[in-house]
Write a protein that binds this ligand. Structure first.
Ligand code: FES
Length: 148
């Protein structure tokens, strides 16, 4: 029988094996590092905006399957979004992985595959690493981000 969890698992495996937007963005206007002190994993986020929209976004670094899949899904979802939409997506994702509040599943799309991490606090940090890094980058912060 069809189980949504299998589909979610497939999305995570696929994005970990073939991460989208992986690599350096040479013409990025913001580059910011994210670091998970619990495991030592690091990622670098590259962002290019035109002042209103995210025109390009990429990441590289090393991390567990959840952190890579989350960064891959996030960059895919964020590309082309306005800064306002990006903030909404950040808030919906934060709700998805840290609360029992109702979230906008349609807006989140494939990102809903990460819903299961909510029950595992260490995994929440894995999934959130790229998101906090992007949030800081969008808010003009330039000190490396730590998940703590
Ligand atoms: Fe390091 Fe997940 S175990 S980010």
């Amino acid at each position: 029988m069809f189980d949504i969890k299998d589909l979610y698992q497939e999305v995570i495996v696929d994005h970990n094996r073939s991460p989208r937007n992986f690599g350096k963005l040479d013409d990025a206007d913001t580059t910011l590092e994210g670091f998970n002190p619990l495991c030592g994993d690091k990622l670098t986020l590259y962002l290019k905006t035109d002042g209103e929209n995210i025109s390009d976004i990429a990441f590289d670094g090393s991390g567990c399957a959840i952190s890579v899949a989350s960064a891959s899904l996030m960059t895919d979802a964020m590309k082309g979004k306005s800064l306002e939409e990006a903030e909404k997506l950040f808030n919906e994702f934060h709700k998805l992985v840290t609360t029992d509040d109702e979230y906008d599943a349609e807006y989140l799309g494939k990102l809903a595959a990460l819903a299961g991490v909510k029950d595992y606090p260490a995994r929440v940090k894995c999934a959130s690493l790229c998101w906090h890094t992007l949030h800081s980058a969008l808010h003009g912060e330039n000190t490396p981000v730590k998940t703590e």
